[in-house]
Design a protein around this ligand. Structure first.
Ligand code: PLP
Length: 392
């Protein structure tokens, strides 16, 4: 067996293995759609965008879906057009965008802690953080596993707050027997290249509220009315027809892609569970995650290496594992000044998480090879640790 790179050998992979990779839709169908749009001269918000909106709404089981050019723009427009003020409660354990949209709209983030089993926002902590200044709650469906949107929706109703989710990673994930998308006031999806359904770039605002639907539709064209008057400052958040044409193909493959992903996810889990010190996030009660990210918890004592040591060893082999999400938001330079609640679980869990490469087109061999590599690193833990220390 060849020596690990960190112990003087060659990397297992010559070319980097990225953590995620888009699964391309059928090329022939895409070019046929492209030809039609070429001839129509409709290259932004046209028939393909309308068709995609209709089909995503049907898939999610919601009344309205507005296609936009990113999840970021979708969240911004929802927050702006709801006219919120004051504080918004969100988990610190998320991607930067969940907090950035609050900075852009002049809202104050209040970071709360997560449930250690799922790393999704803890509803009890949300309840404790509500003040007279609170106007909304943002839940995050993390790694494709839904947060307790059912419970959070009830808290929001009771406390007269708005509730939205950053559903960027969650297309196809289910909670309470139905796809997420219809919880709270709005749920906002991403279809950037790393997501399960991709348009190249893009996002969707899903809502059952016709006022939010109308406002986001107006907001994506600068906030402009047909007579050019504006009542609020919108964005150019239109989805181009090129992206929508790509997205239609990706949507047609979604069930198949999700099925394969879940199989590879289960395989990873089954194989890695044989190693000491590796455990897994749980699915939220009543939830079916979509399998988008395969994340493990590393216990340093049992595994023999810390999460960071394992990360370094795998990077040396050209396996681009990721620390989703470390640093958490409240540790980021720009959010360090924000008031913090007790974030002990976030602090502990962010040091243990590691996300492995997984695509909708991953093969069983890919998963086997990566797991075998992790097993080799684990077996040689003491030497790996010494080599890393010597190199530091
Ligand atoms: C990908 C992602 C985003 C950003 O989506 P864009 O479409 O790139 O704006 C936001 N939040 C989370 C949790 C994400 O994973």
């Amino acid at each position: 067996m060849p020596e690990l790179k960190i112990l003087g050998g060659k990397p297992q992979y010559e070319r980097w293995v990225p953590v995620s990779q888009p699964t391309m839709p059928d090329y022939g169908t895409f070019t046929e759609r492209l030809k039609k749009l070429w001839d129509s001269r409709m290259i932004t918000v046209g028939d393909y965008t309308a068709e995609l909106e209709k089909r995503v709404a049907a898939f999610l089981g919601v009344k309205h879906v507005v296609a936009v050019n990113s999840n970021t723009a979708g969240q911004l427009l929802v927050l702006r057009t709801m006219g919120l003020k004051g504080e918004v409660i969100l988990p610190s354990f998320s991607f930067c965008v969940t907090a950035h949209v609050l900075r852009w709209t002049g809202l104050t983030p209040v970071f709360v802690d997560v449930d250690p089993k799922t790393c999704t926002i803890d509803p009890a902590k949300v309840e404790e953080a509500v003040t007279p200044r609170t106007s909304a709650i943002i839940g995050v469906h993390l790694w494709g596993n839904p947060c307790r949107a059912d419970v959070l929706q009830d808290i929001a109703r009771r406390r007269k707050l708005r509730f939205i989710t950053d559903a960027a990673q969650a297309i196809g994930a289910r909670l309470g027997g139905r796809p997420v998308g219809g919880y709270g006031d709005a749920e906002i999806f991403s279809c950037s290249p790393t997501k399960l359904l991709t348009c190249g770039e893009g996002g969707f605002v899903a809502t059952n509220d016709s006022e939010i639907d109308a406002n986001v539709r107006r907001g994506r064209i600068y906030g402009m009315k047909p007579d050019y008057d504006c009542e609020f400052n919108g964005l150019n958040a239109r989805m181009s027809e090129f992206n929508a044409a790509f997205g239609l193909g990706s949507l047609e493959d979604l069930d198949k892609n999700m099925r394969n992903r879940k199989e590879r996810f289960a395989q990873y889990r089954q194989l890695l569970s044989k190693l000491p010190g590796i455990s897994f996030p749980e699915a939220t009660p009543g939830a079916e995650p979509n399998g988008i990210y395969f994340t493990v918890y590393v216990d340093a004592d049992a595994f023999g290496l810390t999460r960071d040591e394992l990360y370094e060893a795998l990077l040396a082999e050209h396996v681009l594992v990721k620390k989703y999400f470390d640093p958490p938001l409240h540790r980021m330079t720009m959010y360090q000044g924000e008031a913090k609640r007790d974030l002990a679980v976030t602090e502990r869990m962010c040091k243990r998480v590691l996300t492995f490469p997984l695509y909708s087109h991953s093969t069983p061999e890919m998963v086997e090879q990566i797991v075998a590599l992790v097993a080799r690193v684990q077996k040689d833990a003491a030497r790996v640790r010494a080599a890393l220390a010597a190199a530091a």
